[in-house]
Design a protein around this ligand. Sequence first.
Ligand code: ATP
Length: 235
Amino acid sequence: MLEINGVTAAYGLVRALSEVTLTVEEGSITAILGANGAGKTTLLRTISGLVRASAGTITAFGEDITALPTDRIARLGVAHVPEGGGVIPELTVEENLRLGALWRTDRADRAAAMGEVLELFPPLAPRRTKAAGTLSGGERQMLAIGRGLMGRPRLLLLDEPSLGLAPMVSAKIMGVLRSLRADTGLTVLLVEQNARSALSISDRGFVLALGRVVAADSADALLADDQLRHAYLGF
Ligand code: ATP
């Protein structure tokens, strides 16, 4: 579904990713873990085309997307929910959701997608005509994920969806991701600093440190590796 092969990316002289190689299986939830500044956000930005790889290749759905523009990558079925969600506070919940499907031409299909998202995140339904700025942190994150789902992606890139949320709210969001995967076969690449919570719903995990992959294993094996947890995962 997604193959990243030897990808290097830099901001000027700052190298954020060094020869990163990883694969994401179709229908899986894969966690990308690591400390602040490890390169997790850059990895997602490189996949969605916001940052260009200076070396290596990225293949999604069998197609080389390394040099494609962001809109082409999105149309192929990659949705990117950035850290903080990036919802527009002045627009209503519904308007924010519609932004996620602007490029879809079929009105009936867009309406159906909106219905599905509101069903998936019940707290959003009664607030659909309210400005997104009036939502709680958890509801905003739901809205951000919902907006990503409006385009019916095959691969969802999620950057720290539980950042700043109360544990119960974060658990609710993780639960929705798990059931989405079970019900629709959606593939999720999940960046989290909260490694324990991410691994609890993931099949596999990759640990980044200083832009390099330092561990790759099943979620269960990563959780069971005390040394690795202490060294890189902070619990
Ligand atoms: P965080 O959890 O803090 O977002 P991260 O693992 O996502 O961390 P990145 O944001 O990808 O890490 O950052 C990787 C490295 O690239 C860091 O050294 C960071 O300082 C640097 N970096 C990130 N964005 C930029 C930028 N726009 N310009 C210059 N350097 C950057």
